[in-house]
Design a protein around this ligand. Structure first.
Ligand SMILES: CN1CCC[C@H](Cn2ccc3ccc(-c4n[nH]c(N)c4C#N)cc32)C1
Length: 228
């Protein structure tokens, strides 16, 4: 998978070159290109924003900068993703679908966002998805991109050491994952559940299912399947 990210703060994206994502890049599973939007500005001040039509707070990012940038970095067969609090919710299902994409380009807005005509113009040529990572407001799109790239890339074969890891994710079966434990068996008077210290894998699987259902019922009843 090739990933392109456009930002006025490309160094904000450096965490994606670390740890497991960095290893996926080193191993050629993922290619990451970051672009500085200001390289497409055409004035001495390298302006990327301007005042909003119709008044209102803040500034809006210029179509005359974003347009030429996306023309250059987003080919017709790529998926263009625009993080925005007004977007469709990003979910595990989104990550699963994106993990099968060959090329994804992320457009990181700042200020009050990107002039809508940039998205409308791009949609004439490429598939565009405006997505949100949650019901809260960030300062820009970069943190959302890091979260979405991590959720997506970890699903690509070969990225996670233990192939089964993501198959036991929260949400992979629609439920929240249950608690995890490691040594020592007793820590500050707290014991690891007996069933996990034994060797009956069928009982352990049943226990984990029960724990997932209980936790989902308590914390995210909206995720429960109808019969539960
Ligand atoms: C007050 N204004 C309101 C509009 C957005 C302004 C900041 N901003 C500019 C670009 C941009 C991109 C994403 C997000 C964002 N926030 N929350 C999420 N779940 C996001 C996602 N994905 C936020 C952003 C702040």
């Amino acid at each position: 998978m090739r990933i392109g990210v456009v930002s006025i703060f490309p160094s904000y994206l450096e965490p994606m070159r670390m740890a497991l994502l960095g290893k996926a890049i080193d191993r050629g599973i993922v290619a990451l290109d970051t672009y500085d939007l200001r390289d497409w500005t055409h004035d001495v001040h390298r302006a990327v924003d301007d005042s909003p039509y119709g008044g209102g707070p803040g500034m809006v990012m210029k179509p005359t900068v974003w347009g030429p940038c996306l023309d250059d970095v987003c080919p017709d067969d790529a998926l263009l993703v625009v993080p925005t609090p007004a977007g469709v919710p990003f979910t595990q299902a989104t990550a699963q679908a994106w993990s099968r994409e060959k090329h994804i380009v992320f457009a990181c807005g700042r200020y009050e966002g990107i002039d809508q005509r940039v998205i409308d113009d791009a949609a004439k040529r490429v598939r565009v998805q405006e997505v949100s990572i949650g019901d809260f407001v960030l300062i820009g799109g970069e943190v959302a991109v890091i979260a979405m790239v991590e959720a997506t890339v970890r699903l690509i074969d070969g990225v996670l050491g233990n192939a089964s890891s993501h198959q036991q994710d929260s949400f992979s079966d629609g439920l929240l994952e249950g608690p995890s434990y490691t040594r020592p068996p007793v820590w500050r008077g707290l014991e690891v559940p007996e069933v996990l210290r034994g060797g009956d894998h069928a009982k352990q699987q049943q226990w984990r299912r029960e724990q997932s259902l209980a936790r989902t019922r308590e914390r995210r009843p909206d995720l429960l399947p109808p019969e539960q």
